[in-house]
Design a protein around this ligand. Structure first.
Ligand SMILES: O=C(CO)COP(=O)(O)O
Length: 249
C-alpha cells in the first residue's frame, strides 16, 4: 500500500509571517491525514520545523547542491537541510531545470547526496507544451525518469512528481485521461527498471494547478498517490481542502 502524500511547494514566496499558515493547517487536518510535506523557502526551514513540532506535518526544502560542503556561494547542501529537521527535498523542478539549467544528471547526483543525509527526494519530471503538442510526452518523461533516478531508488528514499510544465501556475489542468496515461506509463517504466516490488511501491504525485475544485477527480486516478501543489499550498484555507480530498480518496 503506497502512502498518500500532499506536498506543498511554496517556491520563492513567504517570510516568517507566513509560518502562521502551518499552525492553521495543522488545526485543519482531517482525522486520519495523509502525509503532509510543506516546502518553504530555505531561510524559513529552521523556523518551519519548529512550527510543526508535535504535529503531523513534515518540512522539505526546494533544492540542494550535489556536494555536501564547499566553495559554492549561495547554495545549500542536503546536510544543512537535514540539520534544520527537514525530511524532504524537491529536486529537478522544471523551474530549476529551466532557470538554473539543471540536467537529469544533476538531479540524479542531488538525489544521491539527499539520501546520504537521510532526506527523501521528491524528483520532478514533466513535458513542455511544445513537447506535448509534438507528441513527445512519453518519450520525454521516459528519458527524464531514466536520467534523473539513481539505480538504488527505494520507496522510502524517493517520491516522483509528474508536473506538466504547461499546467504549472496556468490554471490549465490535463484531462483525467492524460494524467492517467502518463502516470500509468511512469508506473510501468518504474516496474520494468526497478522490479515490481520497488516499482509498485514508489509514490507518484501529480502537480500543476491542483486546487480544491479539481483535487477529488485527480486523486481518483489509480496511479496518483497525491499532489505537489504550488499556489494553492500557500494558504491553509486553500490547502486544507486538498489534504482532506486526499484523505478521503
Ligand atoms: O510547480 C508546482 C508545484 O511544484 C505547481 O504549481 P501550481 O500548483 O501553482 O500550478
Amino acid at each position: 500500500m503506497r502512502p498518500k502524500i500532499a506536498a506543498g511547494n511554496w517556491k520563492m514566496n513567504g517570510t516568517a509571517a507566513a509560518l502562521c499558515e502551518l499552525d492553521a493547517l495543522s488545526r485543519a487536518l482531517p482525522e486520519n491525514p495523509p502525509q503532509v510535506v510543506i516546502c518553504p523557502p530555505s531561510p524559513l526551514l529552521f523556523r518551519a520545523t519548529d512550527a510543526v513540532h508535535g504535529c503531523p506535518i513534515q518540512i522539505g526544502a526546494q533544492d540542494c547542491h550535489t556536494e555536501e560542503a564547499g566553495a559554492f556561494t549561495g547554495d545549500i547542501s542536503a546536510t544543512m537541510i537535514a540539520d534544520t529537521g527537514a525530511t524532504h527535498v524537491i529536486l529537478g523542478h522544471s523551474e530549476r531545470r529551466d532557470t538554473h539549467c539543471e540536467t537529469d544528471a544533476d538531479v540524479q547526483a542531488k538525489a544521491r547526496t539527499a539520501w546520504t543525509s537521510g532526506l527523501t527526494a521528491i524528483i520532478c519530471i514533466g513535458e513542455s507544451n511544445a513537447q506535448r503538442e509534438a507528441g513527445e510526452t512519453l518519450d520525454i518523461i521516459g528519458a527524464q525518469l531514466d536520467g534523473s533516478l539513481p539505480d538504488d531508488v527505494t520507496a522510502d528514499n524517493t517520491v516522483i512528481a509528474y508536473e506538466p510544465i504547461w499546467a504549472i501556475g496556468t490554471g490549465k489542468v490535463p484531462s483525467i485521461a492524460q494524467i492517467t496515461e502518463v502516470h500509468d506509463f511512469i508506473r510501468s517504466r518504474l516496474t520494468t527498471r526497478f522490479g515490481t516490488e520497488i516499482g509498485n511501491a514508489l509514490p507518484l504525485l501529480y502537480g500543476g494547478s491542483v486546487k480544491a475544485s479539481n483535487a477529488t477527480e485527480i486523486f481518483a486516478v489509480e496511479n496518483v498517490d497525491g499532489a505537489l501543489v504550488g499556489g494553492a499550498s500557500l494558504k491553509a484555507d486553500d490547502f486544507a481542502p486538498i489534504v482532506a480530498a486526499l484523505a478521503s480518496a
